[in-house]
Write a protein that binds this ligand. Sequence first.
Ligand code: ACM
Length: 523
Amino acid sequence: MPGLPSILPQPTSLSLRPETWRGGDTLTLSFDPGLERQASLLADYLKNENQVTTQAAAGGALHLSLALTPRPLPANQAAAGFMDEAYRLTVTPENILIEGASPAGVACGIQSLRQLLSGQRAPLTLPALVVEDRPAMAWRGLHLDVSRHFRTAEDVRRFIDLAALHKFNVFHWHLTDDQGWRLPVEGYPRLTETAAWRDGTLIGHQDQPPQERYDGVRHGGYYTHEEIRGVVDYAAARGIHVLPEVDLPGHVQALITAYPEFGNSGQAPGVRQRWGISPHTLNLEPATFAFLERLVDTVAGLFPFHYLHFGGDEALVGEWEASPRIQEHKRALGLPDDHAVQGYFTRRIHEMATRHGRAMIGWDEIIERNEPPHEVAVMSWRDSYKLATPPHLKALQGGHPLVLASCSMTYFDAYQAEGEAKTREPLAIGSFISWEKVYAWQPLADIPAAQQAGLLGAQAQLWAEYIPTCAHLDYMAYPRACALAQVLWTGTAREPLAAFRPRLEHHLARLGRLGVSYRPLSP
Ligand code: ACM
């Protein structure tokens, strides 16, 4: 018996039968039309992780099918392109069948089978069983900041594959920030020549006195459009939507360094080498909006997901207040104050996205002092900021589709220990979020029942200021992402922590076999 038939996140139901399925060195694989990519994904997992080859054959020992009737999803989930991810995995002595309500459901079933077969080599065996499963939340996301530390396209694919193992279905790719721009836009060559590179990086923590020291090491990179399309395709085969983010009108210091004419001082501030909030913001000149048009066209052309993220966080108004040109534009546009400049960017960018049949999503600052159109979705992060109305509730009250990105529960750049134990942790941005705290999170707890339909789901953030390597990224992501996967997949039907812990321990051994440098439960 190859270990417990344990799956993470915990399936809706799993019933064991007394018989056993045994496979040979080669397995026959068949699939319904429309499941070619899922079949090839399963064949790759079997080859790479179990050293078992597959042959396509009608009525094979492994069969993938779209046999389940999809449940209609709420309108906002369907509009965003989500599908019913229900699946059934049936193992009998004769064969293994994965039936899905959609290709995404079949992809989820494949991850459950992958988990059950983890660590096995031919001949494979499994206990006969039936898993019936479907997620509680539609949007189950993981974010990755590749601006503060660049990851290659290969690193990104690995990150996505691990996300898929946990049945996450949105990969939020934070592509631009003050410290580096990773997205080529035709006609703007200095984005990749200049904005993609910084000449050094702060050593140590930004809040540590006395003097700042920099390493003087050039850091950066960008993705070609071909690489980006490859990543989107790789994610799609795994049932994962890629949400691209270009952060503006703040967090644009790298962009303004390459194109000072988009900024408020005409000066190139240099691609930022330290962390924290940059004072630089975009101006309202026609050349800036010509660039933004080209940018939105580019993003919409590369990324098929309904939502396109255009930041909106931490855009300081200081430069706008001080700029005579901005004051002139404000008068001409009838903008009542400097905060309305941010609202103007949101409206214009959303309009551009709308021309591609898409919608903008942005961080919750976009609704703090402005009222964008209802279709603009909000990603609420400032739940610990003591705002008059918590931003997630404000978004729902305003009729905006909402994704929770809570900085107090799902910012995985926070420390994983506190007190004396924290001193043994690698440098992190601050705060304390353990996997147990993530597991105890009740995302719906303070959302009135009547408003819950507006919630698309939730996600974790991996801001990478203090995450220089992929091994360190693993350490920060896992096991917290395992806990979050269970929270989002099982919803209120979640098992108690005492039952989850052995499931997690069993699962961490799988992650170890995949070479993941997770943080041990008892370091
Ligand atoms: C954020 O953490 N600035 C969204």
